[in-house]
Design a protein around this ligand. Sequence first.
Ligand SMILES: NC(=O)c1ccc[n+]([C@@H]2O[C@H](COP(=O)([O-])OP(=O)(O)OC[C@H]3O[C@@H](n4cnc5c(N)ncnc54)[C@H](OP(=O)(O)O)[C@@H]3O)[C@@H](O)[C@H]2O)c1
Length: 385
Amino acid sequence: MENIAILGSTGSIGQSTFGVVDRLKHRFSVVGLAAGRNTRLLQEQIEKYKPKIVSLERKEEAEELRRKCDVSSLRITFGQDGAEEVASFEESDIVISAITGINGLRPTVASIKAGKKVALANKESMVVAGPLIKALARKSGSQIIPVDSEHSGVFQCLAKERKEFVKRVVLTASGGPFFRTALSEMKKKTVEEALKHPRWEMGKKVTIDSATLMNKGLELIEARWFFDLQPKQLEILIHPQSIVHSLVEMNDGSVLAQPSPTDMKIPIQYALTYPERENGLLPSLDLSKIKALEFFEVDQNKFPLVSLSRRALEEGDSFPVALNAANEVVVGDFLKNRLKFLDISDVIKSALNGHKKRKIESLEDIFEVDWETRAETLRLLKERF
Ligand SMILES: NC(=O)c1ccc[n+]([C@@H]2O[C@H](COP(=O)([O-])OP(=O)(O)OC[C@H]3O[C@@H](n4cnc5c(N)ncnc54)[C@H](OP(=O)(O)O)[C@@H]3O)[C@@H](O)[C@H]2O)c1
């Protein structure tokens, strides 16, 4: 048996992970869970999976859970320290890291320092701390397997290839709900419309990132560090069917691709069982039913966050941290209906234009840049609205 800790257990990736674990009961047992504020769902998960340690974002919810869950053998903790404790829990072998945003960074780092096998969904960790995370993993022997479907695709394509033969990597994007919407129409788009993703069911933050294509920009940066590639080797194509998750072109002209049905349980299961595989739970991919696989270039006018992300990718150092921080603040405000869809990219652009690059050598450096950029982005929002 392998013991799993799920960080972000009440979220979309967390719940898909249970879908995988339920089918592979002979192999996996859940020992730790970390959630945000959804006490009700966490309680259900505790009753079903009987973990030994759980954490919630705040003390209030942890106390509420202690009152409701009278299990003396269960440790209930809270806050970033609590999530870190779950992430490094000594009885776990595998950690699935799926807390949203930079809040997932410290727990991810804790699991890496503890030498766990980490199935990494929290892309923001790799975006803001790629080189630090890779160095920590080398030191502790922790193995990091991507969960993002595109990165899982690249990982699988490169499993038996040597890096020096890779010419370029193409990450595909569905294009989100506004791929076929005219720019003039996009300014009228509401939160509800932006949350209607055509292909994937995900948490709110990543769904808005998919509508602006910031998600793909973050994934470019994530891929740079995951696969140790140069920025110019990384490209994006819109692929509305979301079947081919990535393409890897080798120097001899061969192009390797990883197509599979559009369901996160596939990359989650792959990450959990790697380097082995288990039987899948979905029907086989039937390309004759899909008929057409289309690919388009990104319209930079409609989706300016892609070129802004590329700028952050090329600048490196603190730029990806600033990009991520500004995005988290602005998307949070958009979800509260405080600004319009096209304001998202405008405000992030202003925040990044004002950013002064500096070296990132520690987690403290990251949090300093993160806080400064958040404060500046809030100031920009206040000035504008
Ligand atoms: N969903 C996908 O298909 C997908 C695909 C690839 C990558 N990802 C990445 O995976 C991560 C999770 O995405 P998601 O779609 O699963 O998001 P989600 O549905 O919003 O779930 C986020 C999870 O994080 C928890 N959380 C939030 N803030 C927390 C905090 N401060 N402390 C502890 N837990 C906290 C939430 O808890 P509560 O709900 O209890 O508050 C929830 O369990 C993101 O980084 C995303 O980019 C997602």
